[in-house]
Each structure stands twice: as C-alpha cells, then as structure tokens.
Design a protein around this ligand. Structure first.
Ligand SMILES: Nc1ncnc2c1ncn2[C@@H]1O[C@H](COP(=O)(O)OP(=O)(O)O)[C@@H](O)[C@H]1O
Ligand SMILES: [Mg+2]
Length: 223
C-alpha cells in the first residue's frame, strides 16, 4: 500500500495553503486518509529548525549553510513523518519541498547546482513527489496577497525581499516545470480559488486513476 506524494510550490501568496486545504477536503470527501504538512517543518525536529531559518537567525551564515539547515529539517520530516505516512497508504500533501530549495537557495541564493543536487539527494533519500503543483502568478500579485494576509504582522526572512527577487523565482519555477514536465504541473494562480481547486482535483483524480486507485468524480465533490 502506497499513498500519493503531492507537493505545492510557488512564491509567497501564490495560494499554496489555500489549495492544499481545498484538495485535502476533496480527497477526504472521497474517503482518502490525508496528511497535509509543510516545509520547513512538519516534524518536531524540523519545526525547531523552521524557527531558526524563518526568523532570519541563520541568514548571517550565508545561503550554503542555510541550505544545509533546510536539508536537515527536510530529512527529519521525510523520515519521521512523510515516508511512514505514504507507506501506510495516506495521501501526503506538502506545502513546499525540493523545488523551493532549488529556487530560493539554488537560484536566488546563487549556490552551485552540484552542491544543491548533492544536498537534495541526502535530504530526500529517493522520496521524489508523484506530482508537484506549481502555482504560477506575477510576483507583485503574490506579494500583495501575502502583505494583505499578514496585516500588521512583520514579514519573514523571505517575504521581505524585493519584487525582482520574487520575479526571478517565478522564472526558476517555470524552468523546473519545463525540465520535469512529468512531475510538475503549472497552474495559473491568478484566478478564482474555486476554479483552481477544481483543476487540481481533476489532475489528482486522473493521477489516482492512472495508479489504479479509486477516484470519485471531481464534479460530485468539488463545487
Ligand atoms: N485564487 C485566489 N484569488 C485571490 N486570493 C487568493 C487566492 N488564493 C488565495 N488567496 C488569498 O491570498 C492570500 C495568500 O494565499 P495563501 O494560500 O496563504 O498563499 P501561500 O500559502 O502560497 O503563501 C490569502 O489571504 C488567501 O486567502
Ligand atoms: Mg502558505
């Protein structure tokens, strides 16, 4: 018994959290056992590292050391939580994963691709997603959404960076999708959330069917 591993990627405010909640609801309505989780974090060890990373405490160490912290957190999350869940047949939906590292530390952190590849390999130990949803939208739109969501709160380590940086990340995500079209599906994020949710539900139902898993008709579940 093996569940599906689906990751959600995209810039700040792209709609990852919103769409994970919608897909979890869709899958649960169809009888699946769903684990919705996130990175950095998702296990006690990784959540402790999440605080170190997102508070900016690790920023002075430089992007390479930050990438190692992300990798340590990821490995704990993979081995303690996600792999066991998949083995027991659960559907695992993860908010950010390897592509966030490739984009944030690799591309905009300007780290050596060979180093990034080596770090990724030890972090995930073969746990590649069955499907990666890349929510794509203009950097300005995403940042506006993230700012609106935050209200009076302060921006985290990554949210406070410039629009140009976020635009560069958008391009990097699209390049990954070009390079790995089987795993990665680009979904236009600048549309009503319900419309996006239906498209994702259909994609996942098709994937389940292709793996011989039962899938309820999307139309019966998603409005
Ligand atoms: N399709 C959408 N259209 C308009 N606003 C959206 C849409 N999806 C999400 N939002 C809003 O934008 C903000 C960021 O969405 P969120 O799902 O938290 O993004 P992320 O997790 O990718 O940072 C939230 O306030 C959310 O309610
Ligand atoms: Mg989110």
């Amino acid at each position: 018994m093996q569940g599906l591993f689906i990751t959600f990627e995209g810039g700040e405010g792209a709609g990852k959290s919103t769409q994970i909640a919608r897909l979890a609801e869709h899958l649960r309505a169809g009888g699946d056992d769903v684990l919705a989780t996130r990175e950095p974090g998702g296990s006690p060890g990784a959540e402790a590292l999440r605080h170190v990373i997102l508070s900016g405490a690790a920023e002075p160490f430089g992007p390479a050391m930050e990438a190692l912290l992300f990798a340590a957190a990821r490995n704990d999350h993979v081995e303690q939580v996600m792999r066991p869940a998949l083995r027991s047949g659960r559907m695992v939906l993860c908010d950010r994963y390897i592509d966030s590292s490739r984009v944030y530390q690799g591309v905009t952190g300007d780290l050596d691709p060979d180093l990034m590849h080596a770090i990724e390999k030890v972090a995930i130990n073969g746990l590649v997603p069955d499907l990666t949803i890349i929510l794509d939208l203009p950097a300005e739109v995403g940042l506006q959404r993230a700012n609106a969501r935050r209200g009076e709160g302060t921006a985290d380590r990554f949210e406070k960076e410039t629009v140009e940086m976020h635009a560069k990340r958008r391009d990097a995500y699209l390049a990954i999708a070009d390079a790995e079209p089987e795993r990665c599906k680009v979904i236009a994020g600048d549309r009503p959330a319900g419309e996006i949710a239906r498209q994702i539900a259909e994609l996942v139902d098709d994937l389940k069917a292709s793996r011989g898993m039962k899938a309820v008709r999307t139309a019966e579940v998603a409005r």
